[in-house]
Ligand binder design. Structure first.
Ligand SMILES: Nc1ncnc2c1ncn2[C@@H]1O[C@H](COP(=O)(O)OP(=O)(O)O)[C@@H](O)[C@H]1O
Ligand SMILES: Cc1ncc(COP(=O)(O)O)c(C=O)c1O
Length: 337
């Protein structure tokens, strides 16, 4: 049964008129660079959130560098911090929980158990779940994470799930190579996991997505509440570069826009997604410009290891008008009924 929930502003039960929105973000941590919690925390804080970051790993840098050192949190450590320390000890109240990379199936299961029970007790909490499994046709976590995520999605009230193309294919069982198969994947996903309220496929590429030398990325969404069979999708000019942390930044900004501070700012999912895509596009463009200016050789490989989040602070300012980003991005929006 789908949980009926309005697009909500935060904290309907707060006694205080305007409490700062508060999120528990369960993701990886890198000392150097910006992926996982390091990609999510600054944007969320700057846009008005108190961020409680629970680090599922602590690495010197992300693995895309080729080498790194560090360690993974153990499932019992995650449990101790979240359940015993934050929920029972401090009796923390959250408006949202964001879950991303978890280093083992046991840590995934224990996290989902705690967050799932919390969301059942307090249905106003918005769980944004990134089912981190892999990318570009390859798993980069243990295979047993696949059935674990399937079970978690079947059994829990997840507000938004944010798979990429490979993760959507794995979870829905549909090979996505066209808009029609994408649409079918949304329908089968919804059938298999009816308690998940909103589905956003963060990035897709189709064999036909190169037009006259231009490459495109697609991003698509499907909202089961209000129920509609319509899929909205966006066509985005692909930048000639590969970024680490863009998906984590995307999730953080999606959370910010879908759980707005003011009720009046609540909007339909496609409207929210458009805002997020415009902002991500602007940040990636600036990151690319600054990276190329700093380091000429990267111009060839265009592998951008670190987002330039601090240099994008002014773009992230909550009063910044998204319409200002419109011209450069040329993101087109369509609906498939
Ligand atoms: N090369 C790129 N050019 C333009 N936008 C990009 C590029 N890479 C990522 N993005 C943006 O970042 C968002 C998240 O994409 P990505 O990092 O591929 O997601 P995921 O980590 O979930 O696979 C996309 O929706 C797109 O807006
Ligand atoms: C541990 C860890 N978390 C998060 C990320 C970032 O993932 P994405 O680029 O999909 O945002 C990476 C990428 O290398 C990573 O290694």
């Amino acid at each position: 049964m789908t949980r009926s929930k309005e697009p909500r502003a935060f904290d309907p039960f707060s006694k205080r008129e305007k409490r700062t929105r508060r999120v528990l973000s369960v993701q990886s941590h890198v000392i150097h660079g910006y992926v996982g919690n390091k990609a999510a925390t600054f944007p969320l804080q700057y846009r008005g959130w108190d961020v409680d970051g629970l680090n599922t790993v602590q690495f010197s840098n992300h693995p895309g560098y080729g080498r790194f050192t560090g360690f993974r949190s153990q499932p019992n450590e995650i449990y101790e911090i979240m359940q015993k320390g934050l929920l029972e000890g401090l009796q923390m109240e959250y408006d949202a929980i964001l879950t991303g990379y978890l280093p083992s199936v046991e840590s995934l299961q224990i996290t989902a158990k705690v967050v799932g029970a919390l969301c059942r007790r307090e249905p106003h909490i918005n769980w944004i779940l990134d089912p981190v499994l892999g990318d570009n046709g390859k798993l980069y976590v243990a295979e047993e994470n696949v059935p674990a995520y399937k079970q978690i999605l079947r059994e829990n009230d997840v507000y938004v799930v944010t798979p990429n193309q490979f993760e959507m294919e794995t979870l829905s069982g549909v090979k996505i190579d066209s808009l029609q198969s994408l649409r079918l994947s949304f329908e089968l996903f919804h059938e298999a996991y009816p308690r998940v309220e909103k589905i956003v496929v963060t990035s897709l590429e189709f064999p036909s997505s190169a037009d006259i030398g231009e490459q495109y990325i697609y991003c698509a969404c499907f909202d089961t509440h209000p129920a509609s069979n319509a899929m909205s999708y966006f066509k985005i000019h692909k930048l000639d570069a590969q970024f680490s942390g863009s998906g984590d930044l995307f999730n953080a900004l999606l959370l910010d826009c879908i759980v707005p501070a003011q009720k009046e700012d609540a909007a339909a999912l496609p409207t929210v997604l458009r805002k997020v895509l415009l902002l991500v596009d602007k940040i990636l463009r600036r990151t690319l410009e600054l990276s190329v200016a700093e380091d000429a050789p990267s111009q060839q490989s265009r592998v951008i290891k670190d987002l330039k989040l601090i240099q994008c602070a002014e773009l992230l300012h909550p009063d910044r008008r998204f319409e200002d980003f419109e011209a450069a991005a040329r993101i087109t929006e369509s609906i498939l009924d």
